[in-house]
Design a protein around this ligand. Structure first.
Ligand code: 6PG
Length: 481
């Protein structure tokens, strides 16, 4: 019993997490269902730190100091339940089981409840940063009891990415708080990537730039407010040439985007919470659309003649001006996506009693995770200045950025419509902004229609109460109790 912590599930993420833990001076017990993964980890990387290899789950559990802390890093869903079921009979009260996978937060709530009835602490821990992050410093979003976090903190905070001396790891709240935050992180990741993809498409389709030239544009953007891991990576990917064909790499990659489910969960949860995460939803649907290849072929064929749009309806576009417009549109749309994601965090927190500190979320997303960006500093500052902020859109920095960029944003959306270049995330983000800004929304007409066909009632702008008009009869207005 000398290990500080254990990791079971040694596929890439689990293996890298275990190595990261060992490299930070913690003794780590390692276990995998197929033993060869465990032995090869110890053989290859044993000199990086103190590993205790366990062939059986019993030996693994026995190797860990009490109260035990066990990280489970297996596929979300049934495989996670199977490992938990195997572990639980071997554990004692006060022990801690950590699910570090991308679990659906409702599963985490269920598991937490089931284990806490047995006196075992269950922690849903969101880990972002991919393989590289797991090894060299991820962002870690922890949900669970105070007891559990106290036990985990020395390990978790030492292996996390560090920004300005602050670890990108935090105890965000009870039960599924960490997994919920990780889910929304991934939703925002979808939106970020979709906005980047739309920017690329516009620069290419409207200006005729080659991927390598667009790489330069992204590299330049990465010097400014848009500076982020994904923008930098985009420049790198666009500059890459396929070795077998000599073509730009992006041109030989199949154009049907896949998804493991976190974006879809984010949108499903947002629907339940009633939070309009339009940017994330468009990004998720854009992936679905890309995958409908036979439908795409059918529509492409039917509308083949439409390929040439009427030049008379197209405005002239100046290269440098358009590049800068796209940059501004990207930034404004990104603000919308994050504003929506943070709204969802606030709503989820309220619904489930997590008491999330949104500034803290922004703080631990500044490093390690996939959406890490200079931008997150601004969000952190916004919540520090005003913890109860209604929406990020009104925080001074972001309000200025949108105010300065809104004309460019409109031009980009207009050009995308004129040229038939799909930019769903740009367009819907702009519509969201205009919707919130509007004095009177046509929702009034929707209320009137609902009352007409279904007696669903409406409120009035001029007096309190609930009203119904007798549409089929004399159109008298009544005030149903
Ligand atoms: C991260 C990533 C990580 C993973 C996603 C990708 O934060 O490190 O989000 O969790 O790359 O599962 O999800 P999709 O397969 O749905 O794109």
């Amino acid at each position: 019993t000398r290990a500080t912590i254990g990791v079971t599930g040694l596929a890439t993420m689990g293996r890298n997490l275990a190595r990261n833990i060992a490299r930070h001076g913690h003794t780590v017990a390692v276990h995998n269902r197929t033993t060869s993964r465990m032995t090869s980890l110890v053989e290859q990387f044993g000199d990086e730190g103190d590993f205790v290899g366990a062939e059986t789950i019993e030996d693994f559990v026995a190797a860990i100091q009490k109260p035990r802390a066990i990280i489970v890093m297996v596929k979300a869903g049934a495989p996670t339940d199977a490992v938990i079921d195997e572990l639980v009979p071997l554990l004692d009260e006060g022990d801690i089981v950590v699910d570090a996978g991308n679990a659906y937060f409702a599963d985490t709530r269920r598991r937490e409840k089931a284990l806490s009835d047995k006196g075992i602490h269950f922690v849903g821990m969101g880990v972002s940063g991919g393989e590289e992050g797991a090894l060299n410093g991820p962002s870690i979003m922890v949900g669970g009891s105070d007891h559990a976090y106290e036990r985990l903190a020395p390990v978790v905070e030492s292996i996390a990415a560090q920004v300005d001396g602050t670890p990108c790891a935090a105890h965000l709240g009870p039960d599924a708080a960490g997994h919920f935050v990780k889910m929304v992180h991934n939703g925002i990741e979808y939106a970020d990537m979709q906005l980047i993809a739309e920017s690329f498409d516009l620069l290419r389709s409207v200006l005729g730039l080659e991927p390598a030239q667009i790489a330069d544009v992204f590299r330049e953007w990465n010097e400014g407010d848009l500076e982020s891991f994904l923008i930098e990576m985009t420049a790198d990917v666009l500059a890459h040439t396929d070795s077998s064909t000599g073509k730009p790499f992006v041109d030989v990659v199949g154009d049907a985007a896949e998804q493991k489910g976190t974006g879809r969960w984010t949108v499903q949860s947002a629907l339940d919470l009633g939070v309009p995460v339009t940017g994330i939803a468009e990004a998720t649907f854009a992936r679905s659309l890309s995958g409908h290849t036979s439908q795409r072929a059918a529509v492409r064929e039917t509308f083949a003649d439409l390929a040439e749009l009427d030049p008379a309806t197209q405005r002239d576009v100046d290269r440098d001006a358009f590049v800068d417009d796209v940059r501004a549109a990207l930034y404004a749309s990104k603000i919308v996506a994050y504003a929506q994601g943070f709204d969802q965090l606030a709503a989820g927190s309220k619904e489930h009693g997590w008491d999330l500190d949104l500034g803290e979320v922004a703080t631990i997303w500044r490093g390690g995770c996939i959406i890490r960006a200079r931008f997150l500093d601004r969000i952190k500052e916004a919540y520090a200045a005003e913890p109860g902020l209604e929406t990020l859109l009104t925080a001074p920095w972001f309000a200025d950025a949108i105010g300065n960029g809104v004309q460019a944003w409109r031009r980009v959306v207009a050009v995308s419509a004129e040229r038939g270049v799909p930019a769903p995330a740009f367009a819907s983000s702009l519509a969201y902004f205009d919707g919130l800004r509007r004095d009177r929304l046509p929702a009034a007409l929707i209320q009137a229609l609902r009352d007409n066909f279904g007696a669903h009632t409406y409120t009035r702008t001029d007096r309190e109460g609930t009203f119904h008009t007798d549409w089929a009869g004399d159109r008298a207005e009544s005030s149903p109790a």
